[in-house]
Design a protein around this ligand. Sequence first.
Ligand code: SF4
Length: 431
Amino acid sequence: MTPTPAISLITLGCPKNEVDSDRMSASLGSAGYRVTSELAEADVVVLNTCAFISEAVEEGIAAILELAEWKSGAPGRSIVVTGCLPSRYGDAVVPEFPEVDAFVQVAEETSLPQVISRLTETSNIPDSGGARRTLPGPTAYLQIADGCHRHCAYCTIPAIRGPYKSVPLEEIVTEAAFLVGNGAKELVLIGQDISAYGRDLATGVGLPDVLRAITALAGDFRVRLMYVQPDGVSDELLEVIVGSEKACRYLDIPLQHASGRVLRGMHRSGEANAFLELIARIRHALPGVALRTTVMAGFPGETSADARMLEAFLRDARFDYVGVFAFSPEEGTEADAMAQQVPKRTRLARAQRLRDIADAIGLEQAAAHVGDAVSVLFESFDEAGNSVGRTCGQAPEVDGEVVVSAHVPVGEVHTVRIIESVGYDLIGELS
Ligand code: SF4
């Protein structure tokens, strides 16, 4: 009997790629393949790539070259590259990487089992049609849409992931029920822009309806909203969050800048005062809410006055967390061809100043939690054996964590009294 090929998946990039990898892993498992996290055991490695900025492209290329060595380590090994790199560059990547056996674009990832059956000459691989997801840890990303209808001048994502596409509500609820039924204690709703959910559907449903439907599911779990565009924070959405104990009082709202002139250059809307009003409205509706945003320094045409306006805005807005990016001129984007490019040194210097301002405030916000009693979902242990978890105010992978010097089983939720903050992390004791 020919042993069933073993497949290993490596994921680069954002949570959306993590969901795609999880779905690919589930479909491979349903198709009868053995999915392993041990590269040494694998016959085929699937590298799920990111390509939204050149740094990510370089990381993908480095990973491919590293895997080429792995491939030469034993006969019959194959490399499959999926995700945003083949989606961004199409067939142009093929001659560049002779060591890669197959490229699979995002839109074709459901055909992965067939691609692997061809590569491994394993026949009779049925169409999976099985579980859409594997059994995650206590936290699972739930992708409710893909692609984007906006055309921010610096962004490659619409070209890579295509136009906005909502996942039908019933599928979202089925997947949420599957994840919760298999142990998920936190569902993180993601997409390029979850606030535009339903814009492509004739059903009239929107993000508030998705949140209502998910929080109506039985079970002890919480729900977090990531990637909510500012014009998508409706009063109805805030009401749904207020009305549900399961909805985390947490919002990730990418703003990118505070100068109306720069935002219009980006093909985005808004400006500092409108954003401050939005933040005040959110904080009024959701006292104690944790807010995250993303800003960009050095967009073409940004003047030092614009940069100072953004700095002042961050001081006024007092976000808990801020992702800071220096503008990266991406081939094929409108911004790449724009005049008035800001020198790289200036872009990086402005980004560093924004980082310093955001951190000074973020650390104050973290320290303000000392004395609080908070609900913590425990997810892992640190090297010292302490239990590590997160509150509703801390998103996975990007925000701080809570550390408790006790052994709490993964997946349990406990009340913790915060006794200290160390950077963005909170030190606590079980109470
Ligand atoms: S909203 Fe986000 S994903 Fe969409 S074009 Fe703008 S930056 Fe890109």
